[in-house]
Write a protein that binds this ligand. Structure first.
Ligand code: MRU
Length: 348
């Protein structure tokens, strides 16, 4: 028997506005907000109303398509200048996920040969829609490849949310679980809650539960004990940026899970599209790591859970060295033992 999936979508292009699932309100409230301006889009990315590398890129691309509707320009040169300025503004929203810069570049480059303002407007909107459509197809392929690495009844651990709402649809690390449901293949997922922003409990647990996947929530500090006592077979995570040698930035806590996988001798998989690779940087040392506000740690909601004036370190991501990654699963195939050579071989 097969099930038809109806997964939540995080972002939709509505011509005069962007409809966005406000991920900060989940899981208690499912609300779609309307973004009307470039500033709305920037704010939504910075405040994590939309988050997850591919979804950030898609939203930013639509942000450019939205903004150009108010350009007061007479020539194509002026149009290009304005688009470039808008791109720079959106690029300042978050530093780590490379999909943001990749999508913005792609949209801006789509008008390189445009000779009229009308043509340029059409091209930008078309490119943004295309980026979203391609990401959906890409995620399905990633899910299909990832599922081939699991056996029936496997118990798999994940962190953060690399699901449908972090992408166009299906997700990356969560795609195999959604697809397993479609194909009636039983898998059991253990989701780490993902302090401090709780993407694991608020988003992953919600998304997998909605699609009927067998999911169990644990706190991040329970990972080692859970791997041991629940017989975890594999760990799978998403990615925000992958360097040429395979070093991978992902949500804070990922590196620790990779070390645990090594200690327990279980595979550690990264699932990510080609757009998450940054082949311009040699290693993870060059990946900028976002540091977010202390309040994410000192408060839970509006309740203060740390002393006044405590000093706080809040990196949002960490970098897992490629030597701890069993394989990177892409839409082009599975990169076993990621390195400069194996990555080139699969991505080219
Ligand atoms: O800070 P976030 O919630 O944007 O971080 C998201 C992650 O780290 C995801 O794992 C990553 O972007 C992959 S999403 C398919």
């Amino acid at each position: 028997m097969t099930h038809t999936l109806t997964l939540p979508r995080s972002v939709e292009w509505k011509e005069t506005f962007i409809s966005l699932l406000d991920q900060q309100l989940l899981p208690n409230t499912v609300e779609y907000i309307k973004l009307h301006t470039l500033q709305d889009v920037w704010d939504a990315i910075v405040t994590l109303k939309v988050r997850g590398a591919p979804a950030i890129g898609i939203t930013a691309a639509f942000g450019l398509a939205l903004s150009l509707q108010n350009y007061d320009v007479q020539t194509i040169e002026e149009f290009k200048k304005k688009l470039h300025a808008d791109k720079e503004f959106l690029a300042s929203s978050r530093p780590t996920a490379v999909n943001l810069f990749w999508a913005l570049e792609r949209v801006v480059n789509s008008i390189n040969n445009a000779i009229s303002i009308n043509e340029a407007k059409t091209l930008v909107i078309h490119e943004a829609i295309q980026i979203q459509a391609e990401d959906e197809a890409t995620c399905y392929r990633i899910g299909d490849y990832a599922l081939s690495l699991f056996n029936k009844h496997d118990r798999v651990m994940t962190i953060c949310n690399a699901g449908s709402i972090a992408t166009a649809y299906y997700g990356t690390a969560l795609a195999p679980f959604h697809i397993s449901k479609e194909r009636d293949i039983p898998l059991k997922v253990f989701a780490c809650e993902t302090r401090p922003v709780l993407q694991g409990s608020r988003l992953t647990a919600w998304e997998l539960q909605k699609s009927g996947v067998d999911v169990t929530l644990i706190t991040d500090s329970m990972a080692a004990h859970t791997i041991k006592t629940k017989g975890i077979n594999a760990i799978i995570v998403g990615a925000d940026r992958i360097a040429a040698n395979g070093d991978t930035a992902n949500k804070i806590g990922t590196y620790g899970l990779a070390l645990l996988a090594k200690a327990f001798n279980i595979p550690f998989y990264v699932a990510a599209p080609k757009s998450t690779f940054d082949l311009s940087i040699a290693s993870g040392a060059e990946i900028p790591i976002e540091e977010r506000s202390a309040k994410e740690i000192t408060h839970i909601g509006d309740v203060q859970v740390a002393p006044d004036n405590i000093s706080v370190y809040n990196p949002a991501f960490d970098v897992t060295p490629s030597e701890f990654i069993t394989a990177i699963i892409t839409e082009h195939g599975i990169i076993h033992s990621p390195s400069v050579d194996t990555i080139k071989l699969v991505l080219n």
